[in-house]
Design a protein around this ligand. Structure first.
Ligand code: RB5
Length: 142
């Protein structure tokens, strides 16, 4: 699976660590930036990732800003995107099992690096349960 990843300046240090981890696991990634800790606007990077998950270019994306809140608001404006704000392990599991999360959003100023990697690992390996949860997601799309 190929993953598209993006962040603003507040999420940049964590993005670099997550990227390194994914590459070490053989995951192919497209990094849309930002590429330094100079101040940028998170909607620009949220759009770059969410638009390509929405149009099916990528099945999964990862977005990181300071809290994860701004990126979540942006990403969930895009059709078909289920962006889940995930700053703990339980949310990583349930966001996949019940919400079929296709964009993982984290707060780089909230989550420590080791937890972030564990969240990414868990989010990538946890399957969607389907069944009644699929019906609920269909209601959101409707
Ligand atoms: C940037 O200072 C900060 O507002 C942004 O990273 C994010 O947390 C917004 O929700």
């Amino acid at each position: 699976m190929k993953i598209i990843i993006g962040s603003d300046h507040a999420g940049y240090p964590m993005k670099e660590k997550v990227k390194k981890f994914l590459i070490s696991r053989g995951v192919e990634i497209e990094d849309v930036g930002t590429h330094s800790d100079a101040s940028v606007d998170y909607p620009d990077y949220g759009r770059k990732v969410a638009s390509k998950v929405s149009d099916g270019t990528y099945q999964r994306g990862i977005l990181i800003c300071g809290t994860g809140i701004g990126m979540s608001i942006v990403a969930n404006r895009f059709e078909g995107v289920r962006a889940t704000l995930t700053n703990d392990l339980f949310s990583a599991i349930m966001g996949r099992r019940h919400n079929d999360s296709n964009i993982l959003v984290m707060g780089g100023r909230i989550v420590g690096d080791e937890l972030a990697i564990k969240i990414v690992e868990t989010w990538l390996s946890t399957p969607f349960e389907g069944g009644r949860h699929r019906l609920r997601l269909q209601k959101i799309d409707a």
